[in-house]
Design a protein around this ligand. Structure first.
Ligand SMILES: Nc1nc2c(ncn2[C@@H]2O[C@H](COP(=O)(O)OP(=O)(O)OP(=O)(O)O)[C@@H](O)[C@H]2O)c(=O)[nH]1
Ligand SMILES: [Mg+2]
Length: 315
């Protein structure tokens, strides 16, 4: 075992931070590390919070973390910030909003910018969660902004997904209603200190009732004020209740199997992408074809086929 891994498994937080950095930035060493970590995973409970920008996800994560810590559990947090990819603003912002837990040695927080082209989770997030799990964190909290397509990813890496909305979400919910309702195990109307929270919560309940149920679990709609620290106990109780439901109904096994499948799919996609982009011929072919697409001589899909043919993958 390398010295880094030895320190990692002895519980050294600096080694954990280093391992995560390698996972995020070093494709060559990433896989060796993940191979070593994988047998040590599968113990953590994984909880996701998703919702529109500014809904109060980070503040809620902070409040929930305090409760989880009170239960004697250790916590790992991954916050994906889509807004400030280059400035480090993510780190400073979340440090402010998660101030009550930042200094706690039982809590490890990683903020990361969303550098991925699509999808709400930065592409390294699932692998960063592997590191937190292998390190021995009891609970892993993932925060991600959910809009449109991106919301679908989070349910593939967590057991329980909490969708966080606010009384003002009323309009925007129309646009992303279907997707968010699909993945929500729990719905939260945060900022319930503002007007309209109860009405919005009732509307959400009605929408849930009208939806065709695919499982025994009816997602509860809860009201919280992360700012005033109200409703958080109920939220935590509901999260534990959902976890118990998953275990009893055997849905936990089904979800984990689905997630393992998703993990392989991600790995295949990454492999194929790398195989294509690592070839020296790829980028010159891309440049050449871009001009022809621009001149309307070639259509982009046909151009893609041609690029793939140059690296032996075309049909
Ligand atoms: N009035 C009120 N304000 C809140 C509440 N919860 C959070 N806020 C405020 O809302 C703003 C956004 O809170 P965050 O916790 O950063 O929200 P977020 O969803 O993590 O935001 P992004 O990560 O940027 O999408 C902050 O100014 C919080 O202080 C609440 O319950 N009531
Ligand atoms: Mg946040």
């Amino acid at each position: 075992m390398t010295d880094l891994l030895r320190r990692f498994f002895s519980g050294d937080r600096l080694a954990l931070a280093r391992v995560i950095t390698v996972i995020e930035n070093d494709p060559e060493r990433r896989e060796t590390l993940l191979q070593a970590l994988h047998p040590h995973t599968g113990h953590a409970s994984r909880l996701g919070l998703t919702g529109p920008p500014g809904a109060g996800k980070s503040t809620l994560v902070d409040r929930l973390t305090s409760l989880i810590r009170r239960d004697g559990q250790t916590v790992g947090i991954v916050a994906v910030d889509p807004t400030s990819p280059f400035t480090g603003g993510a780190l400073l912002g979340d440090r402010l909003r998660m101030q009550s837990t930042w200094a706690d040695p039982g809590v490890f927080i990683r903020s990361m910018a969303d550098r991925s082209q699509s999808g709400g989770l930065a592409s390294a997030t699932p692998d960063v969660m592997v590191a937190l799990d292998a390190f021995g964190k009891d609970t892993i909290l993932v925060e991600t902004v959910g809009v449109g397509q991106s919301t679908f990813d989070i349910a593939n890496v967590t057991e329980t997904t909490v969708v966080v909305l606010t009384p003002e979400s009323g309009d925007s919910i129309q646009a992303m209603k279907a997707g968010l309702m699909e993945i929500a195990d729990l719905l939260v109307v945060n900022k319930a200190d503002r007007d309209g929270a109860s009405r919005f919560a009732s509307e959400l309940r009605m929408m849930l009732d009208m939806r065709q149920r695919t499982s025994e679990w009816l997602p509860p709609v809860l009201k919280t004020s992360a700012r005033d620290n109200t409703g958080i106990d109920d939220l935590y109780a509901s999260i534990l209740c959902h976890r118990a439901y998953l275990t009893q109904s055997r849905e936990l096994d089904a979800r984990r199997l689905r997630q393992s499948r998703a993990a392989i799919t991600r790995a295949i996609d990454a492999r194929i992408a790398r195989r294509i982009w690592d070839q020296p011929e790829t980028r010159p072919a891309l440049d050449r074809l871009a001009e022809r697409v621009c001149r309307r001589e070639v259509e982009p899909y046909a151009a893609a086929d041609e690029v793939l043919r140059t690296v032996g993958l075309g049909n």
